[in-house]
Design a protein. Structure first.
Length: 157
């Protein structure tokens, strides 16, 4: 089972749409905030995908939550934009929250810097920003969840 993780599109819905077309086999799409409007209408185009949408610190007046837990297959995923957990200053609170919720994967955005870690039995993934990366590239993440394991990768745009 494949999921796509996108964050921080900042009014570049064209990039979000391009990513979704590039990942036709992805069943679930996690959007981690900062311009949730960029993905809202795409739910009606990509009706074969399940969308999990969050608001970020730039999503003023959004009805979407800033974090949530979702089960995909047999894997529990904690996902957040990250600003409420101060991820720019470290991921300890993120990791603790994922652990408290019994999650095997923790997704976060906000920093615009892509990262994959495996700590304390949890895959920690930041897809970076698909529109304005701070690590010299724009990116998103793809995570394959199979019976024999979890494989996250960063895809540079």
């Amino acid at each position: 089972m494949r999921i796509v993780v996108i964050s921080d599109s900042h009014k570049r819905s064209d990039i979000v749409e391009k990513i979704l077309y590039a990942q036709p086999d992805a069943c679930d799409v996690f959007f981690l905030g900062d311009c949730a409007a960029d993905i809202e209408d795409l739910r009606y185009i990509f009706t074969n995908k399940r969308f999990h949408i969050l608001s970020g610190n730039c999503d003023y007046f959004s009805a979407f939550p800033s974090s949530a837990v979702q089960t995909v297959g047999n894997t529990k995923i904690f996902y957040t934009h990250g600003h409420t957990l101060s991820v720019k200053y470290g991921i300890q609170r993120l990791k603790e929250t994922a652990k408290q919720n019994g999650c095997q994967i923790a997704l976060y955005g906000h920093t615009h810097i892509s990262k994959i870690l495996y700590e304390d039995g949890i895959y920690i993934v930041n897809p970076g920003s698909c529109a304005c990366g701070r690590d010299f590239h724009e990116s998103y993440a793809v995570i394959d969840i199979e019976e024999n394991g979890i494989m996250p990768i960063i895809v540079n745009l």
